[in-house]
Design a protein around this ligand. Structure first.
Ligand SMILES: *[C@@H]1O[C@H](CO)[C@@H](O)[C@H](O)[C@H]1NC(C)=O
Ligand SMILES: *[C@@H]1O[C@H](CO)[C@@H](O)[C@H](O)[C@H]1NC(C)=O
Ligand SMILES: *[C@@H]1O[C@H](CO)[C@@H](O)[C@H](O)[C@H]1NC(C)=O
Ligand SMILES: *[C@@H]1O[C@H](CO)[C@@H](O)[C@H](O)[C@H]1NC(C)=O
Ligand SMILES: *[C@@H]1O[C@H](CO)[C@@H](O)[C@H](O)[C@H]1NC(C)=O
Length: 612
């Protein structure tokens, strides 16, 4: 018993003795490691109260309404240097403001994050240098004013700034920060200054309200805001210094070519094989590393010779920076995977360095109808589209031989894959409700394209299930649209699905109604769950001529037999499904003149879905 009392007493005294370290002692201890403290020496005396109004300590501000708690250290512009003992200050629990502006502190940034309750930190006008760790601010959730300007900080602007909910003022001007600007979207952010650093890349959209002034003096920043186009220059005269980049690019070209060759020879294989996941999604995984690039010397040197003339490998031009900015080097560093070989060319998937964005790189064959300026204008036009059912390109590369178009990678994959790939596991999950959503979304996208590109012979031109991707919430996204003007006529016949419409087969003629035919095939594919033989270029493989099948079923009055067994069980919707089959039939009417037009097709689809 006595022992217990002793222990309790002992604990009690140790606690009180901790508490009894006065604020005076804390500050004096803090001052001990500072240099040139002559201005502090006369008032900062142990044993006196730092908050005593009659004997105020220099630069110490107390909250007189709150038990004389020290709330600010205002020590700006008084010639201080030496070491900042942040740990000692932890016991000043009311401290909210630290102002050390215009002194002579140097070295790497002290661990101010240990003062988790700080609201304002002013250390501008010192000689601090080096990187600030990315997570520096993650434990300083109360911070609202940060003044770090006029130091020598380098490295990236810490990402954790983005997590400061109350951030109001951010001053990082006149340092040596590099890299891209993190996306800061705090609603309260009122002042920002990042001028005179070495920042690069796109200014995030979220900072557009600040105009150009806060970003001046960063020659490598770009974006509309400062009137400088984002263009990742990766080849040619300007990249003289980065010889290794050249090798990497040459390496990628070699890999792309090899993969293309590989695919060309593989095309003779069973087409259905390609629809399996490993073939459609992960056919060949190409990890770009030094070893895979160092083996093809002859190819490499011939490429190198050509590229020196600056014509073959140009730049990667970013046309839509909403998903971030990247250049050819990012693509090069990324692990590439072959996705498949579509009508227009092969597609590759690449996960960009930061792992945040996966992109699909499509290699367009036979798009040499236009010079670079026209190609650029055309792709930019596509990139400006904003529609929830349309996937826009993010970037392109225009080389004499290579033309690449980069867009976001959509993980769920294409309708073609979902319906016919992977031996039906995804197919079974496409219930009726999702299928209606897909049809309606495709119709909406087509409606938009037909008004936007109404002047084209065929506004989409390549609508088929492999060019419809499904977002995470089952919203369809159209891709590969409006390429018609880019494609060399003789090749269009082979590469655009609109050329599989009966009128095109008969007399090489495409019209906006050819898109209607393609839409009809999609509707029938979704309703029947069958693989349309129309997609096949080789008679050897089996599909279902869905257009023919539905026409004869209508004649023989057995339309209901066509419905996909996977959705047949949803009895309440059978009538609606049949209505869709009739629309599909009207769209795939082989007589071009008797086929309904896009307006009418969409009207009929909307008419059904409005009743839902
Ligand atoms: C920092 O403190 C000084 C006085 O030491 C003051 O003049 C200055 O305005 C303060 N800086 C900020 C940003 O509040
Ligand atoms: C710090 O120095 C800058 C530039 O010399 C000056 O504009 C500013 O008023 C000074 N601030 C303080 C707190 O001394
Ligand atoms: C020491 O501080 C005074 C002002 O208190 C300043 O004028 C002087 O330049 C400082 N000396 C050094 C070496 O920083
Ligand atoms: C940002 O800092 C620079 C350099 O000190 C200055 O010229 C500019 O006016 C500041 N801009 C803003 C918006 O504070
Ligand atoms: C179309 O492409 C083919 C094969 O690439 C080429 O021979 C032909 O000259 C091209 N025609 C036009 C008009 O560019």
């Amino acid at each position: 018993m006595a022992a217990h009392v002793l222990i309790v007493l002992f604990v009690f005294f140790s606690i009180t003795s901790c508490v009894s370290i006065g604020d005076d002692q804390v500050l004096v201890e803090f001052k001990e490691l500072l240099l040139n403290t002559s201005l502090l020496d006369s008032s900062w005396k142990k044993g006196t109260n730092p908050c005593d109004n009659n004997n105020k300590w220099f630069g110490v501000q107390c909250d007189n309404n709150n038990n004389n708690v020290i709330q600010a250290l205002l020590l700006g512009g008084i010639g201080l240097s030496g070491n900042l003992d942040v740990d000692v200050l932890i016991s000043l629990q009311g401290l909210r403001v630290v102002n050390l502006s215009n002194n002579s502190f140097s070295g790497s940034i002290p661990e101010f994050f240990r003062l988790g309750a700080l609201k304002s930190l002013f250390i501008d006008g010192n000689q601090f240098s080096g990187d600030i760790p990315p997570d520096f601010f993650s434990k300083m959730a109360s911070l609202w004013k940060i003044w770090f300007s006029r130091n020598k900080f380098s490295g990236k602007i810490p990402e954790s700034l983005a997590s400061l909910k109350y951030l109001l003022e951010l001053h990082l001007e006149n340092n040596e920060f590099t890299g891209t600007i993190p996306s800061l979207s705090q609603p309260n952010l009122a002042t920002i200054n990042l001028s005179n650093n070495k920042l690069q890349g796109l200014i995030p959209q979220s900072l557009s309200k600040f105009g150009s002034n806060p970003f001046q003096g960063n020659p490598d920043l770009c974006g509309n805001q400062i009137g400088r186009e984002c263009k990742a220059v990766i080849y040619g005269e300007k990249s003289e210094s980065s010889g290794s980049t050249k090798w990497i690019i040459v390496g990628l070209v070699v890999v792309l070519l090899l993969v293309a060759i590989l695919f060309k020879s593989k095309r003779k294989d069973d087409q259905f094989e390609k629809l399996e996941k490993e073939n459609l999604d992960e056919a060949v995984k190409v990890h770009l590393n030094k070893r895979s690039m160092s083996t093809r010397t002859s190819m490499r040197s011939s490429r190198k010779g050509r590229s020196r003339s600056g014509s073959d490998m140009g730049d990667l031009v970013v046309v839509n920076d909403e998903k971030g900015i990247f250049g050819m080097p990012d693509l090069m560093k990324a692990a590439a995977e072959v996705l498949g070989n579509g009508g227009l060319g092969s597609a590759y998937k690449a996960l960009l360095g930061n792992g945040v964005l996966s992109v699909v790189v499509k290699r367009l064959r036979e798009t040499n109808k236009f010079n670079k300026e026209c190609f650029d204008a055309e792709i930019r036009r596509l990139a400006r589209i904003r529609h929830k059912n349309i996937l826009q390109p993010l970037a392109y590369h225009y080389g004499k031989e290579e033309k690449l178009v980069v867009s976001e990678y959509i993980p769920k994959g294409s309708l073609l894959y979902l319906f016919h790939g992977d031996r039906g596991t995804a197919h079974a999950q496409l219930n009726w409700c999702i299928r209606v959503k897909i049809i309606l979304g495709v119709a909406n996208g087509m409606k938009f394209l037909h008004s936007e590109f109404g002047s084209y012979d065929v506004p989409h031109g390549n609508l088929k299930s492999s060019n419809i991707l499904l977002s995470a919430n089952n919203e369809p996204l159209l891709t590969d649209y409006a390429f018609y003007p880019l494609v060399n006529n003789s090749q269009a016949v082979q590469s655009l699905f609109a050329y599989k419409s009966p009128e095109a087969i008969l007399n090489q003629q495409v019209t906006p109604k050819s898109d209607v035919y393609c839409l009809g095939i999609i509707i029938l594919e979704i309703l029947t769950g069958k693989f349309p033989s129309q997609y096949l270029s080789n008679q050897k493989f089996t599909g279902t001529d869905v257009a023919q099948w539905v026409q004869s079923a209508i004649e023989e009055n057995r339309v209901s037999e066509l419905i996909d067994p996977e959705i047949e069980t949803e009895k309440d919707s059978l009538e609606m499904m049949e209505k869709f089959l009739y629309i599909g039939a009207a769209c795939t009417e082989s007589d071009h003149d008797h086929r309904i037009d896009m307006k009418e097709a969409i009207r009929r689809i909307e008419e059904i879905t409005d009743l839902m």
